[in-house]
Design a protein around this ligand. Structure first.
Ligand SMILES: Nc1ncnc2c1ncn2[C@@H]1O[C@H](COP(=O)(O)OP(=O)(O)O)[C@@H](O)[C@H]1O
Ligand SMILES: [Mg+2]
Length: 264
């Protein structure tokens, strides 16, 4: 433990919450690697990584030759456990609080039962990435979770579904829950984001209750996050005391408790 994946529909706040949680975990002494698994590739913005370092990022999925070399592929033969131990050092860039970032880029969708080299490579990478007690991996996912193979997602310890008040995000939450159950991901949580009124708060609580998933945070709608974005700053650096960031800190503390208690 611990690899935490943040999932949900587009625009709900996955990148904001994943990046800010990663920074808080790092401030609490964890060695954090953020994994950007969204083709939009913008986790760096929420982590506050400098433009200079962002320019150095090479998305791993674009390294076709590397993946082919390690995992094979030609002629349908591939290596189930490709060597990946040197990948993090080569492909990561660093940011504030020593959070490191790995960018997966566009991952070819895994068909059901697909055993393609890309997924084998990814799976090996995810299973390899956590060795020391004080390591934490935070994954910012693409909207939905179907693009990652089931075998790959199995290496995730905890999954947090982010929803905003509105029917469309709750439908997806239900589907994600079913998939997580199939994958036996037992630590599944819900986080409400962009909550602006008591009615919206009630809505989020009801959704969590109806689908039977523990609610671990209620992040208020907070305009300073958008202003941070316009200023090209990570929310945690731009407005560390804003209500939304304070609530994300509580969510991070929830995960710390989870990590600590799973050790016993
Ligand atoms: N609590 C919030 N209040 C106001 N705006 C928010 C909040 N959380 C996220 N946002 C804004 O919503 C937009 C989408 O957030 P983002 O984290 O990129 O979502 P996702 O990664 O799920 O697509 C961004 O402009 C972000 O600043
Ligand atoms: Mg995003």
């Amino acid at each position: 433990m611990v690899k935490i994946a943040f999932v949900g529909k587009g625009g709900v706040g996955k990148t904001t919450v994943a990046g800010t949680t990663a920074r808080f975990l790092a401030k609490d002494g964890y060695n954090v690697i953020g994994i950007d698994a969204d083709p939009a590739m913008n986790l760096h913005s929420a982590l506050g990584i400098s433009e200079e370092n962002v320019a150095r990022i090479i998305p791993i999925s674009e390294e076709k030759e590397l993946i082919e070399q390690r995992a094979g592929g030609a002629g349908g033969i591939f290596v189930v456990n490709p060597k990946v131990d040197d990948i993090p050092a080569k492909y990561q860039v660093s940011g504030p609080d020593n959070v490191r970032l790995l960018v997966l880029g566009t991952v070819k969708k895994a068909k059901s039962g697909c055993m393609c080299p890309e997924q084998a490579f990814l799976r090996a990478l995810l299973s390899h990435l956590i060795l020391e007690v004080k390591d934490a991996i935070v994954i910012d996912m693409e909207a939905g979770i179907e693009h990652l193979g089931r075998g790959t997602l199995r290496y995730v310890d905890a999954m947090a579904i982010i929803i905003e008040p509105g029917r469309r995000s709750t439908e997806l939450a239900e589907r994600i829950k079913n998939l997580a159950n199939e994958l036996k991901i037992s630590r599944l949580y819900i986080i409400g984001n962009k909550v602006a009124t008591p009615i919206e708060e009630k809505f989020i609580k009801k959704v969590a209750k109806d689908i039977g998933v523990e609610l671990i945070g209620m992040i208020p709608y907070d305009n300073t996050l958008r202003i941070a974005d316009l200023n090209g700053k990570a929310p945690i650096d731009f407005a560390p005391d804003s209500p939304a960031i304070k609530e994300i800190e509580k969510i991070e503390k929830f995960f710390i408790n989870l990590i600590e208690s799973s050790k016993n």
